[in-house]
Design a protein around this ligand. Structure first.
Ligand code: GLC
Length: 426
């Protein structure tokens, strides 16, 4: 069944790319969540004029792991059709054999202009496999107007969040908004759920792995964290969340039907736009701690631009990557789309920071960022992440009946079997 489903996905993905015409222009495959694609097209237009050659943006499918399957088709066929791929922060090790080392095109001084954490992330076995394009960090969105109306503070712990969510949900439903829910996030069985799960664990002071690479997904804290979420399914969390990716949660929140939402920074400008039903009513805060002694934790996401080894025009492609990740382009994307830049100079410039959703509200301190275990897991990352999202999805779908202890013990065994023994990478 799974295989039939996979080949259907592959077919759909391939037909969506059949439109990649071989007209000689350099092709960049970029994302299309929210305003992403229009921003990419505008950037490609400006950079191609500046560089003096034709280039074209091609939309990729949404959903990190669907996108990975799509790219895998291009790479498996050594396709020369797409020269530049927008890759997730977790993929450099996975795609090492298909990407060009950019060092011949980018000097060391130029790489130093990017935030070190990101350049390190993209450097595998001493090869710079991609340049960072934008940072994502998980944040809490809340309805400022509703917290004020019911005289509730911004929750600092998950327990407090669910209490406030239940209180406001009940009161708003009684006042006529029958569709009101307390909390929405990305609960579909996909990469986005791995991200949320990691934030829950980290907020409770644990993680999928400890610092030495041992599996800790079944620690007592992890079990406690998962229990809190499963027991809220159908109560303050709509059951529909089990099928939500980023845009679905934004849809519910932006139509005024949720008090709290977890999402990436891109949602802010859209939720505050003229046509939004909650314009002027949105507040931002770090995701809550798991209990008073827990941590604030926001997953580090974000996308990079990489050149395919099968690109016919590697030099032009590298020049395009440099232009798109350059100062001017990133500044425009920050101002127009709220995307968080990856360049030190843009983080340091207060006038730009004020206009960038994330930097404006949270500053450039990266202490509470949590990285997914893509280094520990190397080429196994996708398989391990799938084991994580499937186990969490199954537990969430059982709601308060879920046995989170058994669920995480089983997951821990799977992860131990899948985790490569040799984990050290430069
Ligand atoms: C966002 C993040 C990316 C993450 C994905 C999960 O696109 O930038 O890193 O993997 O969401 O849905």
């Amino acid at each position: 069944m799974k295989n039939i489903f996979l080949s259907l996905v592959t077919l759909a993905l391939l037909s969506s790319t059949a439109a990649v015409a071989n007209d000689g222009s350099l092709k960049i495959m970029c994302g299309s969540v929210g305003k992403e694609f229009s921003l990419c097209m505008a950037g490609v237009k400006t950079c191609s004029q500046k560089l003096g050659f034709n280039a074209e943006a091609v939309p990729a499918v949404n959903g990190s792991n669907n996108r990975f399957s799509l790219y895998s088709q291009f790479f498996a066929g050594k396709s020369p059709d797409i020269s530049i791929f927008q890759i997730d922060v977790t993929w450099p090790a996975l795609l090492e054999s298909h990407l060009v080392d950019l060092r011949p095109y980018v000097s060391e001084a130029e790489t130093k202009e990017f935030i070190p954490l990101l350049i390190n992330n993209n450097t595998i076995n001493e090869k710079v496999l991609a340049l960072p394009w934008f940072i994502d960090v998980g944040i809490l969105y809340y309805r400022k107007d509703l917290l004020e109306k019911y005289n509730k503070p911004v929750p600092q712990t998950w327990e407090e969040l669910f209490d406030t969510a239940a209180y406001i949900q009940k009161a708003e439903r009684a006042a006529g908004n029958k569709n009101m829910w307390g909390y929405v996030f990305q609960g579909k069985a996909y990469e986005g759920l791995t991200v949320n799960a990691m934030e829950w664990l980290k907020s409770f002071g644990t993680n999928f792995y400890d610092a030495d690479g041992n599996v800790t997904v079944n620690s007592l804290k992890a079990k406690e964290a998962l229990k809190l979420f499963t027991s809220n399914i159908g109560k303050t969390i709509p059951i529909g969340v089990l099928n939500y990716a980023e845009e679905d949660s934004r849809g519910t929140f932006q139509s005024g039907n949720a008090v709290f939402m977890r999402n990436w920074p891109y949602s802010y400008n859209l939720a505050q736009a003229k046509n939004s039903q909650i314009k002027g009513k949105v507040g931002l805060s770090p995701l809550p701690k798991g209990g008073k002694t827990g941590n604030y934790a926001g997953a580090l996401g974000g996308w990079q631009l990489a050149v395919s080894k099968y690109a016919p025009d590697k030099k032009k492609a590298a020049a395009m990557v440099k232009c798109l990740t350059g100062y001017t382009e990133q500044k425009r994307r920050a101002i127009e789309g709220g995307y968080t830049p990856t360049r030190n100079a843009l983080h340091a410039d207060k006038s730009i920071a004020r206009k960038t959703t994330y930097l404006k509200y949270f500053g450039s301190n990266t202490d509470h960022f949590v990285q997914r275990p893509s280094r520990v897991t190397g080429r196994k990352y996708n398989q391990i992440s799938a084991a994580i999202w499937n186990a969490f999805h199954k537990a969430l779908s059982q709601g308060s009946k879920a046995n989170t202890s058994n669920a995480l013990d089983t997951l821990a065994k799977k992860m131990k079997n899948l985790t490569p023994k040799k984990q050290v990478r430069k």
